[in-house]
Write a protein that binds this ligand. Structure first.
Ligand SMILES: [Zn+2]
Length: 430
């Protein structure tokens, strides 16, 4: 263990440089910029060290086009004897910069005094990607006759659902012969993320009848109908959801219950934007739409989640003459939670204890991430998110990753490799 720990300590400058280089490739999503550049950069880094690199374009997936092709990279390193495959998956896309920055978002600035590297995507999750690469390289150098196979993937579009990334690779069968998956998302170096809550997005539309705004009694306001829907949610649904608690260790604690957010509301004449300087016209709204974002628990049945909304709409309909509505499904993901005694969980927990001298915490993410595709499409349950970084920093201005946190989590990841591939181990698949 000391040799491995030293090998990672010796790579500190390399880790800093690698993280900076990754941040300096602005892989903004949307629209999906520089995906080829970052995959080519990683290939140039890994191929000379004996990694078989494959670039995969997720053709025909959402957003994929000549201007913004959805490129992914998988690097594979085979051991000298049979064994399991440990796969590190990181997304290479980052979200928009937003306002409020005091540092260059794509400068990769290393603040030595604060022991931090700044930049969009530093925490979520190029720091995690860099840490997993350093961990794998240090392990291979220290234990060249390892068993099985190590894989590192850098994938597209996690921030927009992962369909041009992990979902595409899973459909191709890239996880069929993988036994353990670690996703180095920023969940803190001493915590293991077992999975995530479920999600259902839907659009609800109420219908009315247009009329002159000075004689609203001649029309039927879709906005007033929607007001009744929101009122019903306020009085009956939100209190009910807040009281529905889960055994999942979701963080933050507020997300340890069912939640519903109304993402948007649109009714009446369209929003003509800030350039439009005219006055509105007086009309009764003939339609009103909301999109809802319902997050649910392993204890909840997805069909029941939908029935609950349908029943709410029916209650409103019974009270309101002329009330007409539609519910349209937009997106749905089932909750995912890996068992605590799964091999990758136990091995990582033991490594955290050895490297950091404290017990691992177990958490579940309030929102989904690429584990959903590995679970549902890849049919692999032995998957966790584990990586450096402060979760609350993700998507914020002046996003940063701690260098010591990256080093520590690289030590944990290398130790996991050592435990799973450095000696005869147990398999992650039954
Ligand atoms: Zn992320």
């Amino acid at each position: 263990m000391k040799a491995l720990s030293d090998a990672i300590g010796a790579r500190r400058d390399d880790l800093i440089r690698l993280t900076q280089d990754l941040i300096r490739i602005p892989t903004l999503n949307p629209p999906g910029q520089h995906y080829h550049d970052i995959c080519a950069f990683l290939e140039a880094r890994l191929a000379p060290g004996g990694w078989d690199c494959e670039m995969v374009r997720a053709k025909g997936t959402p957003g994929d086009c000549a201007a913004y092709p959805r490129w992914n990279l998988i690097a594979r390193r085979r051991g000298t004897r049979p064994g399991d495959c440990v796969h590190f998956n990181s997304h290479h896309d980052v979200v928009e910069v937003g306002a409020g920055w005091t540092r260059d978002p794509f400068g990769g600035e290393h603040d030595v005094a604060q022991d931090r590297i700044y930049g969009r995507g530093s925490c979520d999750m190029k720091g995690g990607l860099a840490a997993s690469i350093i961990a794998a390289e240090a392990f291979v150098a220290t234990c060249p006759d390892f068993a099985g196979r190590i894989e590192i993937s850098a994938t597209a579009d996690e921030e927009s659902g992962g369909f041009g990334g992990v979902a595409y690779l899973a459909e191709r069968g890239d996880f069929a012969d993988v036994q353990h998956v670690i996703i180095p998302e920023p969940l803190h170096k001493d915590r293991i993320c077992l999975g995530h809550r479920g999600v259902w997005w839907a659009e609800i539309e109420t219908h009315g009848r247009i009329a002159h705004g000075s004689m609203p009694f001649l029309g039927d306001s879709a906005i007033r109908h929607m007001g009744a829907v929101l009122d019903e949610m306020e009085r009956t649904l939100w209190p009910l959801l807040a009281g529905r608690h889960t055994e999942m260790p979701v963080i933050p604690e507020g997300a340890r219950a069912s939640t519903l957010n109304v993402n948007s509301i649109h009714g009446g004449e369209p929003d003509l934007g800030p350039e439009f300087t005219g006055l509105p016209a007086p009309c009764v709204a003939d339609r009103c739409r909301i999109t809802i974002d319902r997050r649910f628990l392993v204890e909840e049945d997805p069909a029941e989640v939908k029935r609950e909304i349908a029943a709410l709409m029916e209650r409103v309909r019974e009270r309101r003459p002329g009330f007409r509505y539609e519910i349209r499904d937009l997106f749905e993901v089932a909750p995912s939670m890996t068992e605590r005694d799964a091999p990758v969980v136990r091995t990582t927990a033991a490594a955290i204890e050895r490297v950091l001298g404290r017990q691992a915490g177990y958490v579940v993410s309030p929102g989904t991430y690429d584990q959903k595709h590995i679970d549902r499409i890849g049919k692999l349950k032995n998957c966790i998110a584990y990586g450096p970084g402060v979760l609350e920093m993700a998507h914020q201005p002046d996003e940063w990753i701690g260098v010591t946190d990256m080093i520590d989590s690289a030590r944990v990841m290398a130790l996991v490799l050592n435990d799973l591939l450095g000696q005869p181990g147990e398999s992650g698949r039954p």
